[in-house]
Design a protein. Sequence first.
Length: 447
Amino acid sequence: MSDLTTIAEVTGAVAAAGGLGYAKARAPRVYWSLVGMPVAIGRFTVTYGSTMDVCGLTVQPSRLRAFMVRNVARRDVQPVPPKVRRVRGTSTGLLVSLRLPAGLEPADVAAASERLRHAWGVHSVHVVEAKPGVIELRMTGYDVLRRVRMPRRIASGELVVPVALREDGSAFVRDYRKIPHALTLGANQSGKSMYQRNLIAGLARLPVGLVGIDCKRGVEQGRFASRLSALATTPDEASALLDALVEEMDSRFCLLSEHQVSDLWELPKAVRPVPLVVLVDEVAELFLTAARKDEERRDRMVMQMIRLGQMARAVGIYLEICGQRFGSDLGKGATTLRAQLTGRVIHRVNDKQTAEMGLGDIAPDAVSAVTTIAPDRPGVAVAGDSSGGWSRIRTPEMSPAEAVAVCREYAHLTPHLPALAPFRPSVPDVVVPGEAPPLVTARPVTE
C-alpha cells in the first residue's frame, strides 16, 4: 500500500511539474501569477538592501539620521537605499514605488536596470518618474511582446487611441492632443500595415474625420472607404486634396479669430469643427517624380504638408505619415517635414539611414534598438518622441477583415465636410447576410 502511495505522490509531482512547465511556455500569465510573482517578491524583499548597495544606489544618511543611529540605536552608520513605498503585483510583473534620497536621480537607477534585472530574476526593469523624488520600477516577469495581450485598463480621452503594447506591460497610445503629428516607418513584412490597421480601427470609434492619401491606387486604404471623409489614390488627387486641406485649415483659423481663441478645443462645442486625421500611406510616392514636369506638383505637395505640420495642430488637423524608408535623398523638404513630426514609430528597416532619420534626431540611443529587431517578430517597433524617451512596442494582430468590419460598424460617425466632398470615396454596396446596409451614401471621386 505504501508503494502505491509513493508512486501516486511521485506521479502527482511529475504531473504538477509538467503542468507548470506547460504553463510557463504556453500560458506565461498563469505561471507568473502562481509561481513567478511570489518568488520575485520574496527575492526582492530579501535582497533589496544588498542589491541596491552593490549597484551603487545608496547614499550617506542625513546628519539627523546618522546621529540617531549612532546615539539611539547604537549601530554603525550605513548608506541608505531608496525607500520602498509600495510593491504591487500585476498580471505581467511587479510595480515598485521608490522614494529617492537626496543625491540620487532617476537616471542613476535607470543606468543600473540591467543589473537589477539579473539580481531579481525578472525579464526586464524599466524606470519611470512618477513625480519629483518618486520613481516607479516596472518589472516584467516574462516577454510580454512574444504574445501581445493588451491590458484591461487603458488611458482614455477625446483623441486617445491604444495601438500597441509596450515592453513594460503598459499600453502604447496615440494621444493626438499631446503628440499631434507622427512618422511611422518600416520595411515590407515588418508589421507596419498591422500598426496602421490598429490605428484606423481605433480612430474609427472616435468622433473624428479620417482623410486618406494612398497613391498606390488605394490598395491599402480603399477598403476603409466607409469611414473615410476623403481619399486620394493618385498623386494628382493627392495634390488637390492637400490644397483643400490647407483651405480648410485657413477657414478654421478664421473661426478661431472670430471667437478670439488660439486653439480648436477652446471653441464652444456648438461651433467646434470635427478633428481630422490625415493618413498618408506611402510618403515616398509624394516625393518621387518620373518626369521633370511633375516636379512642380511634387514641390507644392511637400510645401502643403509642411504647412499642415507647422500650423494645423491648433485647428485640429493631425498628420500620420507612413513609409518604407525616409531619407534626405527623397528631395527638398524631407527633413523639414520630418522636423514637424513629433511622434516616431520605427519598425524593422532595411538600412541604418532610415533608422537614423526616424530616431537619430530625438533619441540617438534607440537607433541601435531598431537595427536589432528580428525579422521573425513582425509588429515589433521602437517608439520615441521629442522628449528623448523611447520604448519597444508590438502591435496586436488584426486582420484586414476585422479592421474593415470596425469601419463599417462606425460608418455613421463619418462627418460630411463640404470642403472635402469632392474627394469622398464611393462605398461598395456590399450587404452581408445578417448585417444592415452601409450607412454612408456613395459619392464618386471627382477629378
